[in-house]
Ligand binder design. Sequence first.
Ligand code: NCD
Length: 334
Amino acid sequence: MNTDLTEQTSYPRADVDPPSGSLFPHKHLLGTWALDPTAIKHLLDVADGYVEQNRQAIKTKRICAGLTQINLFFENSTRTLMSFEIAGKRLGLDTISMATGSSSIKKGETLLDTASTLNAMHPDVLIVRHGDSGAVKLLSEKMDCAVINAGDGRSEHPTQALLDALTIRRRKGSIHGQTIVISGDVTHSRVARSNIYLLNAMGARVRVVAPPTLLPKDIGHLGVEVFHDMKQGLEGADVVMMLRLQQERMQGAFLPSMREYFHFWGLTREKLQAADKDVLVMHPGPMNRGVEIASDVADDFDRSAIQEQVEMGVAVRMACIDVLTRNLREEAGS
Ligand code: NCD
């Protein structure tokens, strides 16, 4: 099992190129690791405005008209790709999704050649998902435009953590001081890492709950409390984030059987009784019902914020694209 955490902490702060006075002094959004509370709060504040815009009949305000967004997804995606595409369109960008299956990547073109080719087409925002940790950062070094990491390997998925933070802030009033449990396949989860960095930066108390085989052994270095028992880990929790078992990233035996996994680690009504009575249940999707979460918990509208997370995803991605292209638009005088 690869328990190396250095890949997460290797993001340099070199992507920080502060235009003076900016609340978000970054050229790219590669991870939450490099974000301070001011930058996080700024993105969430901007996203709040887009939640309201997205609830109106007319949802498109073409503040980014004339700019081009390329979505480059080397891994499957439903909600992340769709929500980046909708986000771009609602801001008025020309959005293009590149099908990596039919591109020259299949012919053996290297990632860096692909980057140079795309760069020559002068996009203004590049959204990238890739199966290898660090690939998005590598690509960003070859691009003149803003690059947003839509998930790289098991490393980071910053817009997921931001949409989770927006969901929590809107439901609970604040992130600071909340006891937040992240439970399930932490080892293979970029969602867990991005959330741990962000939630710690915002002053939450973060717990991870999982069998030892699904936790990197040095996870405690990231400033979380570690539990190997669901009921103990859930005690008094304000928020529970369940993670999908990422079997596509598992090599070897991590688990006895799905049935046994659900018995010990699946979120059920009974186990939830240990949490605070107003506990909020979250899941980034896609869900394995009956594996990491029981259907009646996932569909309990009083507690589950899973659909709301999807809604917040569009608003957060609009905020990221808006904020990262602001200088460009100001320079162009639009
Ligand atoms: C997550 C991902 O791709 O890392 N999903 C998502 O972006 N909505 C989590 C997962 O695939 O389990």
